[in-house]
Design a protein around this ligand. Structure first.
Ligand SMILES: *Cc1c(COP(=O)(O)O)cnc(C)c1O
Length: 405
């Protein structure tokens, strides 16, 4: 065997030719409206730090106090000896903010989704997912080995067809007693705010659908928590959807909250089930306790500082109005995620590179992250931007679009 039995070089070359090759850029400053990269200062429109918390001085101070109190590492998983008092306080605080009985911390959102879905369903069950769900939700659905069904983006009618089919199938396989209580579990899974589109799932309809077919609804509020709802308590709060309506609520701490990690909130029975069966909770080191301390501080600020959300909303409205005036292809989004679909990956890349040269950092999102032919600029706004930053971006984007037209 040669050392190139896997032929990695050819695969990489193909990726380059398709304009799909990706590389991380090396950043030399904290997150913020402006960042340092390649010896240059850029206006950043691509982070998920929507409320400017990733470099907040009070959060940094809380982090330092956490380090003094607990050191750096947590030393073990939560169930061994890594669950500190500050982890416990954070879980209690998250449960209270989201209006759920309990909450459970995970080290990342990816792990929260994988662990939760695989703990709740298995081979004899079914999972229904929006086609545009985050990769970690899709991955969790596949890893669960449940019957895996995807419905078109936000298409509740299509979801019902799938649920109906499943119901008929069950009755056919159990003709003697179609009304028998079936242990078969059905989980409907969706992003609340879609990460590459910025639109919001029809959560009330999905919740009714779940109820009608005796299924459970799980939502991933990575882009809603902190930004939406009273005091940033999340998308479900805005829609007054209770623990009953949406039994499984998941959100991340690395976006609007500005730190890192994730949590699931719901009934006590749900949380106990995850503690027993979620492998990504059980078999991994707990997040550093100081990070939990920093997160607690950030949550306090995020709840209190209504101005951060108000400012963000103003910037969103300004962006949308300006983009519409320039005939830029805005999408149906009222959130901080304001994508402009370009189409071809090479064109999206060309505009992104043009913006870079002009001092704006806007990532081109290409397949397979988004569907083929829908490569886009994923522009994200945050409360540290100023209106003139948005105006300058719009001018540069318009010039970029005319370059590839
Ligand atoms: C970012 C994100 C995740 C993953 O969270 P991490 O903490 O970054 O692993 C999960 N779901 C959605 C919708 C996300 O945007």
């Amino acid at each position: 065997m040669t050392s190139d039995a896997f032929n990695l070089a050819a695969g990489l070359e193909l990726r380059r030719q398709q304009h799909l090759y990706r590389q991380p850029k090396i950043i030399a400053s904290p997150q913020g409206a402006r960042v340092q990269c390649d010896g240059q200062e850029l206006l950043s429109f691509c982070s998920n730090d929507y409320l400017g918390m990733a470099n907040n001085p009070q959060v940094i101070e809380a982090f330092k106090r956490g380090l003094d109190a607990y050191g750096v590492g947590s030393g073990a998983s939560h169930l061994v000896c890594g669950h500190s008092r500050v982890h416990q306080e954070l879980e209690e605080s998250l449960a209270e903010i989201t209006g759920r009985e309990r909450a459970l911390l995970f080290s990342t959102g990816y792990m929260a989704n994988m662990g939760t879905i695989t703990a709740l369903i298995g081979k004899t069950d079914s999972v229904y997912e929006d086609k545009l769900n985050h990769a970690s939700l899709l991955e969790g659905g596949l890893a669960s080995r449940a019957s895996f069904k995807r419905y078109h983006h936000n298409d509740v009618a299509r979801l019902e067809v799938l649920l109906q089919k499943e119901k008929k199938l069950k009755q056919a396989t159990n003709p003697k007693n179609p009304k028998a209580k079936d242990p078969h579990r059905q989980l409907i899974v969706t992003d609340t705010v879609f990460s590459m589109d910025g639109d919001i799932a029809p959560l009330c309809d999905l919740s009714s659908m779940a109820d009608k077919y005796n299924a459970w609804l799980m939502v991933d509020d990575a882009h809603g928590f902190g930004c939406l709802g009273e005091g940033g308590s999340g998308t479900l709060n805005e829609l007054a959807l209770s623990q009953q309506d949406v039994p499984v609520y998941m959100a991340t701490l690395g976006k609007a909250i500005g730190t890192s990690g994730a949590f699931v909130a719901g009934s006590s029975a749900l949380i106990e089930t995850l503690i027993q069966f979620a492998r990504t909770y059980i078999y991994t080191t707990a997040m550093p306790p100081a990070l939990a301390a920093a997160t607690l501080e950030s949550l306090k600020i995020v709840q209190r500082d209504e101005w951060r959300r108000e400012k963000l909303d103003q910037l969103i409205q300004r962006f949308r109005l300006g983009a519409a005036q320039l005939s830029l292809p805005i999408m149906d989004s009222n959130t901080a995620i304001q994508p402009l679909v370009v189409g071809d990956a090479d064109k999206a890349l060309a505009i992104s590179e043009h913006l870079w040269r002009k001092g704006f950092w806007v990532t081109a999102i290409r397949p397979p992250t988004v569907a083929k032919g829908s490569a886009r600029l994923r522009i994200t706004l945050n409360s540290l931007h100023e209106e003139q930053d948005v105006d300058a971006l719009l001018d540069a984007v318009a010039a970029g679009f005319s370059l590839v037209a």
